[in-house]
Design a binder for this molecule. Sequence first.
Ligand code: NA7
Length: 537
Amino acid sequence: DSYAKELDTEVLIVGAGFGGVYLLHKLRELGFQCKIYEAGKELGGIWHWNCYPGARVDTMVPIYEYSIEKVWKGWTWSERYPGFAELRKYFEHVENVLDVKKDVAFETRVVSAQFDKPSSRWIVKTEDGRTARAKYFILATGFAAKRYFPDWKGLENFKGEMHHSSFWPEGGVDVKGKRVAVVGTGSTGVQIAQETAKEAASVTVFQRTPNLALPMRQGKLTKEEQEMRKKEYPEIYKHRMTTFAGFQYDFAQKNTFDDSPEEREKFYEKLWENGGFEFWLANYKDLLFDMKANEQAYNFWAKKTRARISDPVKRDILAPLTPPHAWGTKRPSLEQDYYERMDEPQNEVVDIKKTPIVEVTETGIKTTDGKLREFDVIALATGFDSVTGGMKNMGLKDVDGVELSEKWKMGTWSYLGMACSGFPNMFFLYGAQGPTAFSNGPSCVECQGDWIVDAMAKLREQGIKYIDATREAEEEWRRKITEISDKTLFPGTSSWYMGANVPGKPREQLSYAGGVPLYEKECREALDNGFAGFITA
Ligand code: NA7
């Protein structure tokens, strides 16, 4: 019984999103006995929580799905970039073919966990007083498990409806004819603004940093064309692991100034027309390394985007002539008609870099210029304590009783972005110091998941009780993370990639920026060299 008050299992996984479900499936195939603890009520991770207006994935299918044949064979999508409702249906399908739920305890939140050396077991406690003991403990909690609320004065005073994007009411909020505020212009804020603008009386976006968003080029998909293409899927999935971001395409094998200005314009045009992340991840290979090259891309982006906005004030706020940061060093959103919607006269964009928010009142939001704008609905799209927040907030302790939140107070230390020194037989994926922020989710999960599964099979084969990463290996991994990142333009931009979105959080590169193939190679070497960087017992 997954809900047993005292649960004994070989493997305990936390999280039933893409990562947790993948691991459960693969480990069960090898005969490991596994259970999942999941805080939500359903499978799907972020797609279980995300039901805000317009929530959809920014990566095209079939790239954004499992490579598990049993799963893709019997599934077809209706759109190139599916919305949350269809992604939830996908997880129902996953349940039908993989029979996951029998090993999941839902509405189960972990509040503490520590490895007990004498018994060589993890002891994991839940919020409602259950205890699990497991030989292996795996965290698949995602990079957006802890939502971030700004600390504005009066936040609790608002009398209308106010919701954080990741905690939107099931069934939605009726915005028809209402005055809607959207705070934040990350991927989420852009989606909410664009969607609610279809129905609301007005939408006011509070923007601190413009999202340098790209045209999505959404499209319908037919069952026939997908069935036809399925013979290519195994090749597509193999190929995605050979690209930097686990995608169907990769950076061009040329630098920006290898081309003449005319050739460059033509190349940018092609990427732009193809849509999606091509302008980001199939662009010139120096895009994220060379400021001069980056400026060329920015200028193209600004020219294209400014042409879509007729209001000169909005145009300068949404797509300024001078780059707010190097293009592509913050996550660009994929939009459909965001700029046209914001351009409509009833909608407003407030530049809160110029006039920050000072207070939320009973009726609205006040900015430093003394203006009070009144609303019926406020959407907080202010993001997450990304990448590290989830793991730092579940009471994880090392063998000496030191909290992970303490260990990671001044910065993040892990080995291979999958293990932590002092936390034997604990693995995690799609989190700190893995390819996380720079990889397609399912690709990252499968790359790391396969490594974890192979490592565990090897441990079993060799009769090893536990492994623990060494401090030295962690130091070296951290050095590598920083060294790779320092060659790029990422450190110069304040973003959640760099931990810069949450006040007081250490500023550091949180992901492995060397690309999925290089990352995989490093991890495989450690495994093939007899668990290099780990002590074994
Ligand atoms: P993001 O990308 O972290 O976006 C959060 C937004 O909220 C961003 O525009 C922030 O401005 C803004 N923000 C955060 N705190 C404040 C305060 N205090 N005042 C005003 N504005 C604020 O989160 P999302 O949910 O959109 O996306 C998360 C990821 O999920 C996304 O990258 C995809 O990978 C999927 P800032 O840019 O920091 O100036």
